[in-house]
Ligand binder design. Structure first.
Ligand code: FES
Length: 127
């Protein structure tokens, strides 16, 4: 079921906006003119990905810099070790990082519509 989350004009190229959709927090980003939707929580420790950065199709978490593919949701790079370059690895933090959910998204009459029911796993952008 597609849900109206806002105006297409709100999302600039290379930008992203967070929406509350039902009980889920969803981020919609624009990459190469298309819109992609994914879960807001980082696959490491749940930080807000909408407060990170998007570069091409990669979103980087602002907390420990894990990276995810916004098209497939795949975790591409785990979090940076807080001792990186300053000594032995920090074993206190879990370095396990999970993929993030992605959602189908389309535009109808200038409105962004996100399919919240098919939210898990890789989804193809249907715009
Ligand atoms: S919470 Fe995102 S990298 Fe740790």
């Amino acid at each position: 079921m597609f849900v109206d989350v806002g105006s297409e004009d709100e999302i600039a190229e290379g930008g992203m906006v967070s929406f509350k959709v039902g009980g889920d927090d969803v981020v919609v980003a624009r990459y190469a003119g298309k819109l992609y939707a994914f879960g807001r929580g980082c696959g490491h420790e749940g930080a807000r990905l909408d407060r990170g950065t998007v570069n091409g199709r990669i979103v980087t978490c602002p907390l420990h810099f894990a990276q995810f593919d916004i098209v497939t949701g795949e975790a591409l790079l785990g979090p940076a070790d807080r001792n990186y370059g300053r000594g032995p690895p920090d074993r206190g933090r879990s370095l396990e990082t999970h993929d993030i959910p992605t959602f189908k998204v389309k535009v109808e009459n200038g409105r962004v519509m996100v399919d919240i029911e098919k939210g898990l796993g890789s989804q193809e952008n249907v715009r």
